[in-house]
Design a protein around this ligand. Structure first.
Ligand code: HEM
Length: 475
């Protein structure tokens, strides 16, 4: 009990019960209340993990750039597909993470991330999306599944040369499992991660209390999709015809065969592929829901963007990245959607790899650190009228040029762990948003007020409320 005591001079926070902590369940509402009481930095504890929350932009920016704050917490590797639990990007640390991150960044760039030739692949998906939305003939629908498939198709073509049809049964099955997993997840289902002793409970009790069977099913399905793609690539591998990121990895794996110290291993490859599949599709899919919701909620912006598009792009041609300079409002709209939604409510957690300090407070090695993205994105110290949806904040004075956020913008994180897919995500958001605006008027069904409930929070993601919307083809 003495050794478990909270070390001196840590950030303030509620008092702790030894071994248990003070917050078995933690959500954004609790974070806001604790902030009111303790200020811009506080600490809470769940089981063995103490977490420091940061609400001040300047502190957060500086902390996220530090080498000793570049690790992820150890519990992230629990579900890693790597048998050695060391490879991949999202959950790995140290030299393994550096190696795999470098590999992924180099290959995403070589495969077109940030380059105009990816325009064409994204526009094939954008056209498919337009055709899919036309099918509904102006009927009110939930956010369509095609939002997921088009996002998945971009990253999955780069990684595994696979493109799914918009009515693919396989994507539908993954979608349904993800949905079930999300809906059944609660603060309770995360408890065994923080209190591993709970894993010793009988299976039926775990399934009842923590929905462990649904999480297991979801992980098994993801594993099956990833392993199938990797095994198929290993079978068909042709060194004279490298198709995608998996082939590039196999090339390096073969070149280092016999070298026991090599980081190129099948287990690490599986985890990289799993990370890109998850982080690269679910995020863009969820942001497209926000885009549709915001277009319906603020039709005046949709109309102004349509005017911008119509002035430079004939209706029979899709918008391309070359049109970006003339479509500053579309770019400003997507950046404001990222800020306003703050879909990733709190930044993906980091962990201190050694004893350190923040603003004079002692931070012991292993402390989890997270940044309150939503709060910083809505803090009047950094943003005028922060709760207003106002894309113009990202335009210059003449309203003719996009200006990137200068501070307090963490939609893609910051520092050494910053999102590797930001450029790709921005390309997709711009082109998919433009395609919808160019071809449809998105509106709430007659008589429905979509401003009364605007969000649902699921597994740390802020998503727009599931309103049915009308995608009315433009004359
Ligand atoms: C709108 C879309 C997206 C959003 C809002 C988003 C957001 C984020 C955030 C907040 C982080 C944590 C950064 C940090 O710790 O500072 C992250 C990490 C990551 N993202 Fe994204 N992301 C998006 C799209 C993508 C795409 C398209 C890819 C695929 C290439 C991707 C791959 C990753 C990976 C692999 C990481 C882990 C990086 C690491 O730990 O080194 N993301 N993302």
């Amino acid at each position: 009990v003495l050794r478990d005591r909270r070390p001196r001079n840590c950030p303030p926070g509620p008092s702790e019960i030894p071994f248990i902590g003070n917050m078995p369940f933690f959500d954004e509402k609790t974070a806001a209340e604790l902030r009111k009481k303790y200020g811009d930095i506080f600490m809470h504890r769940t089981g063995p993990y103490r977490t420091v929350y940061l609400f001040d932009y300047h502190t957060a920016k500086e902390v996220m750039s530090r080498p000793e704050m570049s690790d992820r917490p150890s519990y992230f590797a629990t579900f890693s597909l790597d048998d050695q639990k060391q490879g991949g990007l999202v959950s790995s640390n140290g030299v393994h993470w550096q190696h795999d991150r470098r590999f992924v960044l180099r290959n995403l760039r070589n495969l077109g991330m940030g380059k105009s030739y990816l325009d064409e692949a994204i526009n094939i998906e954008a056209k498919a999306l337009v055709e899919d939305l036309k099918k509904y003939g102006g009927e009110a629908i939930n956010y369509p599944d095609s939002f997921r498939t088009v996002a998945l198709n971009i990253i999955w073509q780069m990684v595994a040369s696979t493109r799914y049809d918009l009515d693919s049964k396989e994507v539908d099955a993954i979608s349904r499992l993800t949905q079930q997993f999300r809906e059944s997840s609660s603060a309770l289902s995360a408890l065994p991660t923080f209190f591993p002793a709970l894993n010793r409970l009988p299976k039926s009790v775990k399934n009842y209390l923590f929905q462990s069977d649904l999480a297991g099913k979801f992980i098994d399905e993801m594993k099956r999709v990833v392993m199938e793609a990797v095994d198929k690539h290993l079978e068909d591998y042709d060194p004279d015809n490298l198709r995608d990121l998996i082939d590039e990895y196999i090339k390096d794996m073969k070149a280092s065969e016999g070298d026991e110290k090599s980081f190129f291993r099948k287990g690490a490859l599986c985890q990289i592929v799993n990370d890109l599949f998850g982080a690269g599709s679910d995020t863009v899919h969820s942001m497209m829901k926000w885009v549709a919701y915001l277009l319906a909620r603020y039709p005046e912006y949709a109309t102004r963007m349509q005017q911008q598009i119509d002035a430079v792009v004939p209706r029979d041609r899709m918008v391309s990245l070359d049109d970006k300079p003339s479509l500053c409002l579309v770019e400003a709209f997507t950046t404001e959607a990222l800020r306003f939604s703050s879909m990733v409510v709190a930044n993906v957690q980091r962990s201190a790899s050694k004893d350190t300090n923040i603003n004079g407070y002692f931070i012991p090695k292993g402390t989890v650190v997270t940044v309150a993205n939503y709060s910083i994105h809505h803090d009047p110290r950094y943003w005028d009228d922060p709760h207003k949806f106002y894309p113009e904040r990202f335009l210059d004075d003449s309203a003719t040029k996009y200006t990137a956020p200068k501070q307090a913008f963490f939609a893609f994180g910051s520092g050494r762990r910053q999102c590797v897919g930001e450029l790709l995500a921005r390309m997709e958001l711009f082109l998919f948003t433009a395609a919808i605006i160019q071809h449809f008027d998105v509106r709430p069904p007659p008589g429905v007020d979509i401003s009364s409930k605007d969000i649902t929070t699921v597994l740390g993601l802020r998503l727009p409320y599931e309103y049915k919307l009308v995608y009315k083809p433009r004359e």
